[in-house]
Design a protein around this ligand. Structure first.
Ligand SMILES: Cc1cc2nc3c(=O)[nH]c(=O)nc-3n(C[C@H](O)[C@H](O)[C@H](O)COP(=O)(O)O)c2cc1C
Length: 331
């Protein structure tokens, strides 16, 4: 791991309550997928191209994937994350510990709202209205969670309640929702995605696509884009590493919608590999939590700066552009 990220991770582990550290760090089942997400990047290499003249502007194709309960990491919670954006998109979790309106007000970049469809459509609709009123510019519906993932570390610690004073603020006072941590997981269908799209003009993304056939259906249902994601190894502990599932989804959508990749991205080199394989951006989850826990906004900024600097360096080394033919598997 890059020494800056390693330092932030070590500091986060030192300052966090071990129960909360395990909530952030842990995965589902035997944590096979959790480990594979990172290991899969190490199996990939880039073949640079040479003599291609002036490089394109590499940009910074990274966004912050939605993670729950930032106030477990830092007293300022999602406000600290939002202040660090400097133009980067923050996908704010429905399970944020700061209301979405306050997150957007503090943000120095665009904020998208992640939600789980709720069994009561009135609850889902109320969440959408909150996101719209706050000024979010897209919705991200997480579709890989028909039931809760089984997180062994949380079960062993008996962690199923937030500490006093912390709540899933976006759920506060919603008709049909009984309590502040009352986010429900339930199995939905494509009709539910259509219904959601019919009540909002915001672009609707789907997060948690792994099967290329689902990516094709997503295009047919006119979603704005998809995240290839296994939820950072927190749902089904039998799926491939996220980056291994990426190329087939990219081929299936054939350029019709953008594809974001998240899971195991720990360096600008990982971002470059994802982009070379056809992702329009890479999402980061835990690295942001480590930066946040270690040093609030400054820590998140350091993570983003590190990835930006590394990514742009890799692109410059590769002749300015990245493409699938440049990715090889290590022997
Ligand atoms: C502590 C934690 C909480 C998360 N909460 C959410 C969530 O509320 N909604 C969601 O769609 N994904 C959630 N995720 C998944 C992330 O959006 C993302 O897919 C994952 O963290 C990417 O993997 P990485 O952590 O290896 O970068 C969570 C992940 C973690 C680690």
């Amino acid at each position: 791991m890059n020494p800056v990220l390693a330092e932030l991770h070590d500091k986060a582990r030192a300052v966090l309550d071990p129960v909360h550290y395990d909530f952030f760090a842990g995965g589902a089942g035997d944590e096979v997928v959790l480990a594979e997400n990172e290991a899969a990047f190490r199996r990939l290499a880039l073949l640079p191209r040479v003599l291609r003249g002036k490089e394109d502007d590499a940009g910074f194709p990274v966004l912050i994937s939605p993670t729950a309960f930032h106030r477990l990491a830092h007293p300022d919670g999602e406000l600290a994350t939002a202040r660090a954006l400097d133009g980067t998109v923050l996908v704010s979790s429905m399970a944020a510990t700061v209301p979405i309106a306050d997150v957007v007000a503090a943000a120095t970049g665009p904020v998208w709202f992640q939600l789980y469809l709720q069994p009561g459509f009135d609850v889902t609709e109320a969440l959408v209205r909150r996101a719209e009123r706050a000024g979010c510019t897209a919705l991200v519906v997480t579709v890989d969670s028909p039931v809760f993932g089984r997180h062994r570390r949380d079960i062993e610690h008996g962690f199923h309640e937030l500490p006093a004073g912390l709540a899933a603020e976006n759920m506060r006072d919603l008709a049909g929702a009984g309590g502040l941590r009352d986010i429900e997981m339930a199995p939905f269908t494509w009709d539910d995605i259509d219904r959601l799209r019919s009540i909002t003009s915001l672009p609707v993304w789907l997060k948690g696509i792994l099967h290329p056939a689902d990516a094709v259906v997503a295009v047919e249902h006119e979603v704005a884009g998809v995240f290839v994601s296994n939820h950072g190894g927190r749902q089904l502990d039998l799926v491939p590493a996220a980056v291994d599932a990426l190329p087939a989804v990219v081929d299936a959508v054939a350029g019709r919608i953008p594809v974001v990749l998240d899971g195991g991205v720990r360096s600008g080199g990982d971002v470059a590999l994802a982009v070379a394989l056809g992702a329009s951006a890479a999402g980061i989850g835990r690295p942001v939590l480590w930066g946040l826990a270690a040093d609030g906004s400054n820590g998140v900024r350091r993570v983003l700066d590190l990835l930006r600097d590394e990514f742009q360096h890799v692109v410059a080394m590769c002749g300015g552009r990245l493409s699938r033919d440049m990715v090889v598997v290590r022997c």
